[in-house]
Design a protein around this ligand. Structure first.
Ligand code: 5GP
Length: 119
C-alpha cells in the first residue's frame, strides 16, 4: 500500500483511452471496467471520470455527494447484472486501507461465495 502523491494515475490513461480496458459500462459521470488482477471470478471497478480531488473516499467534499451516490448506484446496477447471486462492494481508503491507485474507485466482486470477515 502506498500514499497519495496527487499525481495523475493510470486510471486517467484508461479514461482517455490511452490504455485499453475491458469496459462494462460508461455514462457521463462513471466508467466501469474489469480489474486487471481480479480477486474473484467477477471483479470490476467503478470510477468517476473526473477525479476532481476524489483521490480517495475520505477526500470527498459535500458537493460531491451526488457523484458518490451515482457511483454506488451504478455499482449496484452492474453488480446485479454480472453477479445475480450477489456481490460485494469495497472501497480501499488510504495506506492502511490497502489503496494503491489514488483515483476513487469502488471494487465490485462476485461470481463465487464470498467469505466474511475479509481479513
Ligand atoms: P486499490 O488497491 O487502489 O483499491 O485497487 C486498485 C485496483 O486497480 C487493483 O485491484 C488493480 O488490480 C487495479 N488496476 C491497477 N492498474 C490497472 C489497470 O491498468 N487496468 C485495470 N483494469 N485495473 C488496474
Amino acid at each position: 500500500a502506498v500514499q497519495d502523491t496527487g499525481s495523475p494515475t493510470i486510471f486517467d490513461k484508461i479514461i482517455a483511452g490511452e490504455i485499453p480496458c475491458n469496459k462494462v459500462y460508461e455514462d457521463e459521470t462513471a466508467l466501469v471496467f474489469h480489474d486487471v488482477n481480479p480477486q474473484a471470478p467477477v471483479h470490476f471497478l467503478v470510477i468517476p471520470k473526473q477525479r476532481a480531488g476524489l483521490t480517495q473516499l475520505s477526500n470527498a467534499r459535500a458537493e460531491q455527494k451526488d457523484i458518490l451516490g451515482h457511483l454506488l448506484f451504478v455499482a449496484a446496477q452492474e453488480g446485479q447484472k454480472l453477479c445475480p447471486g450477489g456481490y460485494r462492494i469495497v472501497v480501499n481508503d488510504g495506506k492502511d486501507g490497502a489503496q494503491s491507485v489514488y483515483h476513487l474507485h469502488l471494487h465490485v466482486m462476485g461470481g463465487r461465495q464470498m467469505q466474511w470477515p475479509p481479513g
